[in-house]
Design a protein around this ligand. Structure first.
Ligand SMILES: Nc1ncnc2c1ncn2[C@@H]1O[C@H](COP(=O)(O)OP(=O)(O)OP(=O)(O)O)[C@@H](O)[C@H]1O
Ligand SMILES: O=P(O)(O)OC[C@H]1O[C@H](OP(=O)(O)OP(=O)(O)O)[C@H](O)[C@@H]1O
Ligand SMILES: [Mg+2]
Length: 389
């Protein structure tokens, strides 16, 4: 039988920050009063005017958990967003002329890219996938900006009929769900949710939409399960909910996205995208590496290179740079030591230092790296080929 996946009536759940007096935690939704913090962004333009526009537009999250980290990332790429007044929706980046920054809600960034009112944007992959709905025109330019990590995941109560249910398969096989009484899932992801359930062959599922504080829905009897973003899992735990095996719909993090039409047709968009991409790649690559310098004894540079290459954690990005150290002894200049420079992943720093010592390295200096520029960024090549350029 075909899966019956339906979107049912609407309900709105609202919550407020910070918690009310007497609330154990801001993540427990059952004891909250209602409020709403949604800010409607102004309409940035219209489709009709889009073709006349000559300035390039980048959409950034106006509020919420991604706003600050997005500005920090750009700052670390030497792209400072200059906002005259924090309540203004438009700003600029002095290093990128002919570009405006528009602060918008993440979902509006995706919608406005689609409408042609923005050319580029930074949002979570979850928002892009939900509101972009696999639109042909929208494209991911950088797929891992290394923040905003979370997953879109199904969660069910830990108690009652779900006590021994631990996987999507268990959930599907429960005899409770029928055409008349489907599994009710509350979610803000009403495109990705039904699509996932259909793909998994889940029968008898219905969806209802909600806007925040989803975790309260099962306890209120409004839904059986929820589909929401999870990061640390604290909100789920504090509301007696659990994730299930096979229930992750999407792994998400911040991404740089663009409209293909803008990239191809609007003058200046491709050049600005190239520059932003280069800066992002150079910074993100560097952020994961340390530069290590050390001294090593040896009779020639090749011998030192052999020793370094014999160690798995010392190969660096392209192999070591080795320079002779000229020492003066008894009035004579000679080379007994070599200075070596390598880049090592931050994760394996200590292992690398141990390996350096084991082959006679001394005076090990470790410094952070700011940028690593490659000859050409692989993502730029991928972008051009996807655009057919
Ligand atoms: N718990 C989390 N941990 C890490 N990243 C998260 C988490 N929740 C959301 N995100 C990421 O941050 C993005 C923005 O989330 P945020 O809650 O700020 O906005 P929103 O809920 O989409 O906005 P709005 O409530 O105005 O519609 C999400 O699309 C997701 O990519
Ligand atoms: O697994 P955790 O680390 O506990 O995070 C999960 C929570 O984070 C998100 O909400 P957010 O705090 O962004 O609030 P919102 O619903 O107002 O967007 C998400 O909707 C969950 O409720
Ligand atoms: Mg949120």
């Amino acid at each position: 039988m075909a899966a019956s996946v339906e979107i049912h009536g609407f309900f709105q759940l609202r919550r407020q920050h910070p918690p009310l007096a007497g609330c154990a935690s801001r993540r427990q939704f059952a004891v909250r009063a209602s409020s709403d913090s949604a800010v409607e962004a102004p309409v940035a333009g219209s489709n009709g005017a889009a073709s006349e526009r000559t300035v390039v537009r980048l959409g950034l999250p106006s509020k919420g958990r991604m706003a600050e980290e997005t500005l920090n990332l750009l700052k670390n790429c030497q792209l400072t967003v200059r906002q005259v007044n924090p309540r203004q929706y438009v700003a600029d980046i002095p290093q990128l002329s002919n570009m405006e920054v528009w602060f918008q809600r993440p979902k509006d960034i995706v919608r406005k890219l689609h409408a042609g009112d923005l050319d580029l944007g930074i949002v979570g992959l979850d928002t892009f996938s939900e509101y972009g709905q696999e639109t042909e025109d929208l494209i991911i330019v950088h797929n891992e900006l290394k923040y905003g990590d979370c997953r879109l995941s199904i969660a069910i109560p830990m108690y009652g009929i779900f006590e021994n249910i631990n996987s999507l398969q268990d959930l599907a096989q429960m005899p409770h769900w029928t055409k008349e009484r489907p599994l009710r899932v509350a979610t803000g992801f009403t495109y990705l949710g039904p699509r996932f359930m259909k793909e998994k062959g889940m029968k008898h599922v219905s969806f209802s939409t909600a806007d925040g504080a989803l975790e309260a829905a099962p306890a209120m009897g409004i839904s059986d399960a929820i589909l929401d973003l999870v990061s640390s899992g604290t909100t789920l735990r504090e509301n007696n909910l659990k994730e299930i095996e096979g229930g992750v719909v999407l792994e998400s993090q911040a991404v740089l996205v663009a409209s293909k039409k803008s990239l191809i047709q609007r003058s200046g968009v491709l050049d600005i995208t190239h520059e932003i991409l280069e800066r992002l790649e150079a910074h993100l690559r560097a952020a994961a590496q340390f530069m290590v310098t050390a001294h090593m004894r040896g009779s020639n540079a090749e011998e030192v290179a052999e020793k370094i290459h014999s160690q798995p954690s010392l190969t660096g990005l392209q192999g070591p740079t080795i320079s002779p150290v000229y020492c003066k002894r008894d009035g004579k200049v000679s080379v007994d030591y070599y200075a070596i420079i390598i880049c090592v992943p931050q994760k394996t720093l200590y292992k690398s230092v141990q390996q350096l010592r084991s082959i006679g390295g001394s005076g090990v200096l470790v410094s952070p790296l700011t940028y690593i520029f490659e000859e050409e960024t692989p993502r730029w090549r991928d972008l051009l080929s996807e655009l057919g350029l």
